[in-house]
Design a protein around this ligand. Structure first.
Ligand code: SAM
Length: 240
């Protein structure tokens, strides 16, 4: 098992587990004293720890040795218009599994409700990081309006704009032409809300230099499907 912990990690550190973590290890996974558990905190790499039961329901982890150093964070920003909560959970998990290092809600004209539970979003990204074996905890900056996000993006960051109206019908070739697969640039991927982008928003996005508008095929995808499709495309063309 791999667990995210907030504490600093070093050999000899003792980590008291909260009730849910102790229950998960002792009762769900049926781990016992001295069983190894991997831990990470998003900063100090991955460490092997050993389980020690404390009392009837509690448990500690004793951190022993580092198993992997902390790698550089993935440099893909996933920019999305908020969806209803169950689909948002799915989207956050899949974006992390597919390599996004920053997950940021974008408020657009047709976004349905601009209130978003950022704690839930962050909890989902941590759970996804635990399960898929990465060591970084994705960054989840606060939601921001589309025009501001566009001005805040660094000019060298290639913006991959998922646009169902894009005339580009070969997204693989378009992406490979916009970014050198041997030396991929920092990326941002942008997917719109269920209502799509307005004409003004489309014009604004397309006017940004270093932007490639891609069609993901002739069918209109749900925003959560588009998330997985575009990140798969990015991975296939530009590597992990
Ligand atoms: N415009 C549609 C509508 O009237 O409801 C649907 C928008 S779609 C559900 C949500 C987002 O997914 C779009 O803004 C776009 O970013 C992305 N998307 C969906 N299908 C796509 C496709 N075939 N190619 C590129 N992007 C697509």
């Amino acid at each position: 098992p791999r667990l995210y912990v907030a504490a600093d990690l070093a050999a000899g550190v003792r980590l008291p587990l909260d009730r849910a973590q102790a229950n998960y290890l002792l009762n769900v996974l049926r781990r016992g004293p001295d069983d190894p558990v991997l831990v990470f905190n998003g900063r100090d790499g991955e460490w092997r720890a050993h389980l020690a039961q404390t009392g009837r329901k509690g448990a500690d982890l004793h951190v022993a040795a580092q198993t992997r150093p902390q790698p550089a964070p993935a440099d893909i920003h996933y920019l999305f218009a908020p969806l209803k909560s169950a689909r948002l959970d799915y989207l956050a998990q899949k974006a992390v599994e597919m390599g996004a290092g920053t997950i940021r809600p974008v408020i657009t004209r047709y976004t349905q409700g601009d209130r978003i539970n950022m704690d839930r979003l962050r909890a989902n990204t941590i759970e996804a990081a635990e399960q898929c074996g990465i060591l970084a905890i994705p960054d989840c900056p606060e939601p921001e309006r589309l025009p501001k996000i566009l001005t805040e993006l660094a000019p060298e960051r290639l913006l991959v704009f998922c646009d169902e109206d894009a005339s580009v019908r070969d997204p693989v070739r378009a992406l490979a032409a916009a970014a050198d697969p041997q030396a991929p640039p920092p990326l941002a991927v942008l997917v719109g809300p269920e209502g799509g982008f307005s004409a003004e928003e489309r014009a604004l996005i397309r006017a940004r230099p270093n932007t490639v508008a891609l069609s993901l095929g002739p069918r209109i995808l749900r925003a959560d499907t588009a998330a997985v499709a575009v990140l798969t495309l990015v991975q296939a063309v530009l590597g992990d």
